[in-house]
Write a protein of this length. Structure first.
Length: 429
């Protein structure tokens, strides 16, 4: 029911004292406040006791609230503007607001949010609800997702106004919002993808210039993205860097691109690119990818498990020594390299192999060990590796490998009698 005082001022005859106009305005504002705060106020007073049951209840709900959704660094940022705080976009709306304030008494309002994978918001839309709550800003971590959002509001937490789906003026309708990558994932895109076994996915196709790319995994933090196999033909032999553009990290089938190996940073400077590695092809064939993520290195003092079950400091190992593989078989050391000034971490695992702590120790000289056969071995003891470099590669409990720089506390790894499954992905030549 409209405010009955809204048009009274226009009916005042000429010469009506100013005080009468001000009283009418005050009465109108008081009416608006009562209408918002008193249920069924618009029904008026019922003076027929025998007919009181004929009145129709009217539920008071807030005017629509404005809200905005933005995706930043793997999070959704939602802000809500209450009706009384909204800025009118036209003079007509401003005048209407002064005559009919949508929440003149600033009555508390609660809100409920929902996200969904499509605009239908049904059982197949993976709907997630947030609230009801009176908060006006939300920060919801949900990396690498595109979702639709809607909002409804209430005075009492039970009776809500109609749902509003978040819309974008650019498309004049509902729009899915991309949350973006977690910051640590975006910043570590310079780490090359590897196959499920931890090796570089690139190989030369016979004696042609075509480069085959095996199916691979890109792992960072709590995000694991799988890419299908494919190929790219740069048209000539040489040393090539291979990448694809996948800004939203959807994985699957991508278009591979090969560029001359001048500077990897030219690729990884764009957070939208996914780097798959480097390969040298020749007319004689046999090109094998390299640069798939560094080598397996630990500083002096870290024990490696020998085939006979004893442990030996990695700095005392020599080519020809036989390590115990993650599968229990022999791994013969082919070659050892020293790498200076490598970031090293202390890693601690519980009895089940779950990582419970990771601490940066500083930069140390480390030992890169090339082994044969399965290229796996066991490192550390008593559930501790006290000095693994950032490129040291660990084996997940369920298979697959990840570098120390990318692991997350809480993930589970292969742990055999206190030693951790490791992998030599460099395959030094």
């Amino acid at each position: 029911m409209p405010n009955p005082f809204s048009n009274e001022i226009a009916r005042f005859p000429a010469g009506t004292p100013e005080v009468h106009r001000r009283i009418t305005i005050a009465l109108g504002r008081m009416y608006d406040r009562l209408r918002v705060t008193i249920p069924n106020f618009d029904q008026g007073f019922i003076d027929e006791p025998l007919n009181q049951g004929t009145a129709t209840a009217q539920i008071t709900v807030p005017a629509p609230c404005q809200f905005n959704v933005a995706g930043v660094d793997g999070k959704y940022l939602i802000t809500i503007t209450l009706p009384q705080d909204q800025n009118p976009t036209t003079v007509a709306l401003l005048l209407a607001t002064t005559q009919n304030n949508p929440n003149a008494l600033n009555v508390p309002i609660v809100h409920q949010l929902q996200s969904a994978t499509d605009v239908n918001f049904n059982a197949a839309s993976n709907v997630t609800a947030y609230g009801p709550s009176a908060q006006l800003s939300w920060e919801i971590q949900d990396p690498n997702q595109t979702k639709f959002w809607r909002l409804q509001s209430s005075f009492d937490g039970q009776n809500f106004n109609p749902w509003q789906i978040f819309q974008c003026a650019a498309v004049c309708g509902p729009v899915g919002v991309y949350s973006g990558l977690l910051r640590n994932s975006a910043n570590s895109i310079n780490q090359a993808a590897t196959t499920a076994s931890g090796t570089n996915p690139l190989s030369q196709s016979g004696v042609t210039t075509r480069i085959n790319v095996a199916s691979s995994v890109w792992k960072c933090g709590d995000q694991t993205i799988n890419y299908n196999s494919g190929s790219v033909d740069p048209g000539s032999f040489g040393t090539w860097l291979v990448y694809a553009n996948d800004a939203q990290r959807t994985g699957g089938t991508v278009t591979f691109i090969a560029v001359a190996a001048t500077n990897q940073a030219n690729i990884t400077a764009d957070n939208g690119n996914v780097y798959f590695g480097q390969i040298a092809t020749s007319s004689s064939g046999g090109g094998v990818g390299s640069g798939g993520g560094g080598g397996c290195c630990c500083r002096a003092g870290v024990p490696y498990r020998m085939l006979d079950g004893t442990d030996r400091d990695c700095s005392l190992l020599r080519p020809g020594d036989i390590l115990q593989g993650a599968d229990g078989g022999p791994e013969v050391i082919q070659r050892i390299e020293l790498h200076a000034a490598q970031p090293c971490f202390s890693l601690k695992f519980d009895a089940a192999g779950k990582l419970v702590a990771r601490q940066y120790l500083g930069d140390f000289t480390v030992y890169a060990i090339e082994v044969d056969r399965s290229h796996t071995f066991l490192a550390g003891s008593a559930g501790v590796i006290d000095g693994a470099s950032s490129t040291h590669t660990l084996q997940y409990l369920g298979g697959g490998f990840v570098k120390v720089l990318e692991i997350v506390v809480g993930e589970s790894f292969s742990l055999i009698n206190g030693a951790v499954g490791s992998h030599n992905i460099r395959k030094l030549q």
